[in-house]
Design a protein around this ligand. Structure first.
Ligand code: BF8
Ligand code: SF4
Length: 632
């Protein structure tokens, strides 16, 4: 087995797997070498059965598919289909949450409105009359507005674009003809457009990519965040622990994995209620730990420990200490059950469209959420009964962090410094250069880049240059594990200016330590929170988002979802760093448009760099240019 240089807990478990003759992604990646060059460049087409066709990027073989499609057409069609995959996941997620919320309002599902203030904010933003009406009436109308975004047949734009998009960018999108009105229609049209014999114009296809980016951002991310906050509460700062060391040998360990908090919130509730049953079976309690994004959701709202990012979602099972891993949707490795069956671990699937051979399936319906959550928790207790007394292997490492940086929480702290104009202290510090700029990290851990610690090293390089880092999704897990959400990291890694700001903010927050230098803003759908913060800053300064000294980064791209989020950020006018390269390099038009041409359309730009230090330098230079252009 090739020696990788993963962080110690991951490395130990990968080695344990090898000793036990259990395959992990490390061996499977090796077995895939060399990976297909056509696939990597995006020049393989399987849209019809005269193919599959492949275009030789060096011009020595075929230059067109059987139907005459060029590398440009093929690459752009493939890219758009990737984005459809990503946007479908996010829109599907939001739709599931909205449907559960509606059932709750109709008295059919056991949930409640946790954040009435947010409900009112969303309702007024949507132009809904709130005076003299009950919360339920108002909330039902909010649901109607959400449903319109997947049903309306007029020219729109979508209600959630009107609610959440910045005004200047909305005008720009109108001029570009990409202002979308119905997420499902857009997804259908993108599939239609890319099927054999339709759109062959690479530029037109790339504009369609921007449309899907907007679908992702507003009918996916923003909509999901808004409903989840209303239903489960808007996150507030709290301390948490991170890494696999949060597993406890003597407790029933329940790992919740996936994305949809409608399920995991109930599991958490019943894990508390059924603790006595666990104790009767000889456990010292029930320990719910978070994996991937539903982990982030529970961390942000309840302080549940962040046990594992996506790459660790299979190795955490090698501890033998997970009694049940409960999954809902997205990012779940099919290998999970093959590893789980070597131990007493139950993998429990819960969605009808997410089944895995070897898993126990408990169909989760919001109407029966309490019964099903109890059943699931009891399955975990059964797992513990079987495991009790057996050897487990839990790497001891864990870190601590302060998390919960919703925009509302950030503004609350800033208000202590300036009650009338809370963004002013932030802006003043940006102007002074104490905060040189900010970079938002989003996305996944890649088995291809984890060994170089791409995300954490980039973060440290940026902090040193007084660039604040905000993060979501699995990059948040990586940063938490690296200790970057701990106040101590502020003293250790930040430049003097940023250090001073974080100290002042820590004091304003009533802490006797600085704020951490990397702010955890939530799950992947909560990239909406990062956009809201940018939107507020740009609005306050009366500039476009593309003028701000900020950037985005998907430092370890894995999922189609990261591609669709990235495209939304490009539509918003951001420079977006990506590693490894998206599958566009086989198309000169796609490569040039996305890395240069877009600057003239939205102000955005894709920037590919696989070396963490160079990538941080590249983003720093970008921020410097933006600062100069603003005259600061
Ligand atoms: O939606 S960061 S591996 S868990 S895709 Fe998946 Fe990537 Fe993790 Fe969350 Ni986001
Ligand atoms: Fe080949 Fe054209 Fe069919 Fe694609 S659509 S597989 S390029 S013939």
């Amino acid at each position: 087995m090739a020696v990788k240089n993963f962080d110690r807990p991951t490395q130990m478990l990968v080695e344990r797997a090898a000793a036990l003759k259990i395959d992990t992604g490390v061996q499977r990646l090796e077995a895939q070498q060399p990976q297909c060059g056509f696939g990597q460049l995006g020049t393989c087409c399987r849209m019809c059965y005269m193919g599959p066709c492949r275009i030789d990027p060096f011009g020595e073989g075929a230059t067109m598919g059987v139907c005459g499609a060029t590398a440009d057409t093929i690459v752009c069609r493939n890219l758009l289909r990737e984005e459809v995959g990503g946007a479908s996941s996010h829109v599907g997620h939001a739709r599931h949450v909205v449907a559960s919320f509606k059932k709750m309002l109709e008295g059919k599902a056991p949930y409640r409105i946790a954040d009435r203030e947010k409900l009112m904010e969303v309702a007024s933003g949507l132009g809904i009359e709130t005076d003299g009406r009950s919360d339920t009436e108002i909330a039902l109308e909010v649901v109607e507005k959400a449903v319109e975004d997947v049903t309306r047949q007029d020219d729109g734009p979508m209600n959630w674009i009107r609610l959440r998009a910045p005004a200047k960018e909305m005008e720009m999108w109108r001029d570009l003809g990409i202002l979308v009105s119905n997420a499902h229609n857009e997804i259908e049209e993108a599939m239609h457009r890319t099927s054999m014999g339709n759109d062959a114009d690479p530029v037109n296809l790339l504009l369609a990519c921007l449309r899907i980016g907007l679908v992702d951002g507003y009918a996916g991310l923003h909509m999901a965040t808004d409903f989840q906050d209303i239903m489960f509460g808007t996150p507030e700062p709290r301390m948490i622990e991170a890494n696999m060391g949060v597993l406890e040998k003597e407790k029933v360990n329940i790992a919740i994995h996936g994305h949809n908090p409608v399920l995991s919130e109930k599991i958490l509730e019943w894990a508390v209620k059924l603790e006595d049953e666990a104790v009767r079976e000889g456990a010292r309690g029930i320990n719910v730990v978070g994996v991937c994004c539903t982990g982030n959701e529970l961390t942000m709202r309840h302080g549940v420990p962040m046990a594992a990012h996506n790459l660790q979602s299979e190795v955490i099972l090698l501890t033998g200490a997970v009694d049940a891993m409960i999954v809902d949707m997205q990012c779940i490795w099919p290998s999970s059950t093959r590893i789980a069956e070597c131990f007493d671990t139950r993998v429990i699937t819960t969605e009808s469209f997410v089944k895995i051979p070897g898993a126990v399936h408990v169909a989760f319906e919001p109407e029966h959420a309490d019964e099903e959550a109890q059943r699931i928790v009891r399955l975990a207790i059964e797992g513990f009964k079987e495991r009790k007394g057996k050897e487990v292997f839990i790497p001891a490492e864990k870190s601590v962090g302060l998390i919960g940086f919703s925009v509302e929480a950030i503004v609350k702290v800033l208000r202590k410094l300036n009650p009338e104009d809370p963004l002013k202290p932030l802006i003043d510090n940006i102007v002074d250069g104490n905060i040189y700029g900010a970079v938002g990290f989003a996305g996944c851990p890649s088995i291809k880049l984890r060994a170089t610690e791409m995300t954490d090293r980039m973060a440290v390089e940026l902090l040193r240059r007084n660039v604040l880092v905000v993060t979501t999704g699995c990059t948040a897990h990586i940063c938490a594990q690296a200790g970057l959400m701990d106040s101590a990291a502020t003293e250790k890694y930040c430049g003097e200016g940023l250090k001073a700001v974080l100290r002042a903010l820590g004091e304003a927050a009533g802490l006797d330590v600085p704020l951490p230098p990397v702010w955890h803003m939530g799950s992947c759908v909560d990239n909406s929170r990062i956009a809201s913060l940018l939107c507020a800053l740009a609005g306050r300064l009366d500039v476009k988002i593309s003028q701000l000294p900020v950037a985005g980064s998907a430092p370890e791209l894995v999922q189609e979802k990261a591609v669709s989020i990235g495209t939304w950020l490009l539509a918003l006018g951001l420079t977006v760093h990506i590693a490894p390269s998206p599958r566009i390099l086989g198309s000169p038009v796609a490569t040039k448009t996305l890395t240069e041409g877009l600057l003239n359309l939205t102000g955005g730009r894709a920037y590919v760099e696989l070396d963490p230090v160079k990538a941080a330098e590249g983003l720093y230079d970008h921020i410097t240019e933006k600062r100069k252009a603003l005259g600061i």
